[in-house]
Design a protein around this ligand. Structure first.
Ligand SMILES: NC(=O)c1ccc[n+]([C@@H]2O[C@H](COP(=O)([O-])OP(=O)(O)OC[C@H]3O[C@@H](n4cnc5c(N)ncnc54)[C@H](OP(=O)(O)O)[C@@H]3O)[C@@H](O)[C@H]2O)c1
Length: 283
């Protein structure tokens, strides 16, 4: 066993944090990337890269050379993510690489109109993979990644999340949990909810944003219809609004109003708060 980990989604929000933590802990890994030139700008020159695309099975063999564990992460906003990932999961099965740590999402069982995570996890179970499922809550980094202009230019955070609460989680904490389960025994067949230290509403988040930016940030609490109209007027592809409305309904319906002890139990550190992440991202 080489103990070499293949990290998919390596240039993304979680993936970059996983790569950073693997480097810091001196673990054996290779980052699977679609474009090596842009990836090395994002990840640095010391990271071992291999060309990989879920959409291109000719990349699978070289990407998995000497690999015996896979950190499997699918991109967001892909309605048929299960179809995108199936050829690679089938490939892993055929090649006998059975250890897979998959990134799902907290509350995904309630997303009956977006069943891709549930379908992928069922496939891993049905095909006897040696799996561990990570179920992170909404990322604290979503504010910077998806709402930068709303917050810095329009003084709003604009999501159809109602008055529900959620335990925003720092992606660096997700990465630390991922590395634990990838490099330690005892996590096979387990599913871990991963949250921050407290549950907060978007009104609470707007107050924190106001404090860290030193200006009043509002949460207008848009209805799904108002949110859909706003995205349409902004020219977003038509599938984005229904996807986001479904996802944010998890918060509005208090389906993800939970705090999990997993970060501290597995890593020994207390989870980072939303305030700490926003402080770093916006001040
Ligand atoms: N945001 C949240 O609050 C949240 C909460 C819970 C769970 N999740 C889950 O987390 C996942 C998203 O993670 P993230 O935010 O880290 O994603 P992200 O930042 O959008 O990054 C997506 C990654 O996937 C790669 N990618 C895209 N298409 C690919 C393809 N065809 N083949 C191979 N790689 C491809 C991208 O590479 P390039 O650099 O080449 O584009 C990038 O590295 C989703 O499954 C989502 O459901 C998100």
């Amino acid at each position: 066993m080489s103990n070499k980990i293949l990290v998919t989604g390596a240039t993304g929000t979680i993936g970059k944090a996983v790569v950073k933590a693997l480097l810091q802990q001196n673990k054996s890994f290779v980052a699977a990337v679609r474009n090596a030139a842009t990836a090395s700008e994002k990840l640095g020159n010391e990271v071992d890269l291999v060309t990989f695309d879920f959409d291109d099975p000719t990349t699978f063999e070289a990407a998995t050379n000497g690999v015996d564990k896979v950190f499997l992460l699918g991109p967001p906003l892909v309605l048929t993510l299960d179809k995108l990932l199936t050829p690679f999961i089938d490939f892993l099965n055929t090649k006998g690489i059975k250890r897979v740590v998959y990134v799902g999402a907290l509350g995904m069982e309630k997303l009956t109109d977006l069943p891709f995570h549930v379908n992928i996890i069922q496939k891993l179970k049905d095909e006897s993979f040696d799996y561990t499922i990570l179920k992170p809550s909404f990322f604290a980094q979503n504010f910077k990644n998806y709402e930068w202009e709303n917050i810095t230019q329009r003084n709003i955070t604009f999501t159809p999340a109602g008055n529900g609460k959620v335990g925003f989680v720092d992606v660096n904490d997700i990465a630390l949990v991922a590395i634990k389960v990838l490099t330690e025994d005892g996590h096979s067949g387990k599913e871990y909810d991963i949250t921050g230290p407290e549950t907060l509403s978007y009104t609470d988040a707007a107050s924190i944003l106001s404090a860290v930016t030193n200006k009043k940030i509002f949460y207008p609490n848009p209805t799904p219809e108002e949110y859909t109209d706003a995205l349409k007027n902004a020219g977003a592809p038509h599938f984005v609004a229904p996807y986001m409305v479904s996802v944010y309904a998890l918060i509005a319906n208090n389906n993800v109003n939970v705090i999990s002890p997993v970060v501290e139990e597995l890593t020994g550190k207390k989870p980072t708060s939303l305030r700490e992440v926003l402080q770093a991202d916006f001040s």
